[in-house]
Write a protein that binds this ligand. Sequence first.
Ligand code: CO8
Length: 260
Amino acid sequence: SSSKIKVDLDGSTGIAVVKFQSPPVNSMSLDFLTELSISLEKLELDKSCRGVILTSGQPKIFSAGLDILDMYGKNPEHYAEFWKSVQDIWLKLYSYSKITIAGINGSCPAGGCLMAMTCDYRIMADDPRYRIGLNETQLGIVAPFWFMDTIVNTVGHRTAELSLQFGLMYSPSDALKIGLVDQVVPEEKVLSTATETMTQFMAIPDHAREISKSMLRKPTVDRLLAFRDADTKNFVSFISKDSIQKSLGMYLTMLKQRKV
Ligand code: CO8
């Protein structure tokens, strides 16, 4: 099978660029998540790697989020396996020991936004057509508690309340205003800015930075670890409901018809 994740590790700088290349929209399917998980694990074990830049190799899209087809018309076993792989990627990235920077060179809804928020720093391309946010409510679904924890940790409670209830998708400049991204730059500068920022992180002694990151994030990580099985059961029963399947079906039809 062709590779959905391209890893490019520069041995001289210690920076790995992990590029999503799953056309058309880098949706996070079970295969995508499995491959990404293996790549991240390898890099974490590789002593020559100190930091990872996550970015997209597809034009105009960072990632369309979770693959809706993995949540639609499948059986409970499939939903459970898929959900465990979503939890796994979040757990891995939220507690990743190395420096992570998201180079958001395109739209970044839902699961894409979640993944970007697990990084230590976010740089977004200034194209006003790009959007980022947790839009789950707009699909008639509810972001799980650990998605909510992640956005609260990123933008604060009040902004997260508005953001989650409305399912808001922010333009790059609005995302910068609320602190959902840390920097907005012209698209052709996303990677070079990420590399410069990585160098600043690398100037800090690794062990001190790592422990600080881990202490700040541990309560959030522990909460999912404590409720992981219940969270999977909850997802499977929620997503299997006729009413939820119906909403997802309508959303898919809308996506397919909305050709701009
Ligand atoms: N999953 C599966 N297929 C998708 C997805 C997706 N997330 N996104 C787009 N596609 C498909 C489209 O249906 C379309 O298919 P086709 O070619 O067969 O018509 C194809 O990809 C290309 O899409 P577009 O034509 O829409 O491409 P554009 O470049 O115009 O737009 C966007 C790209 C902006 C990414 C747009 O596709 C979009 O908004 N997609 C939907 C994004 C979205 O809402 N994702 C939410 C996923 S849910 C999630 O991540 C968290 C769920 C948490 C679960 C909680 C339950 C308890």
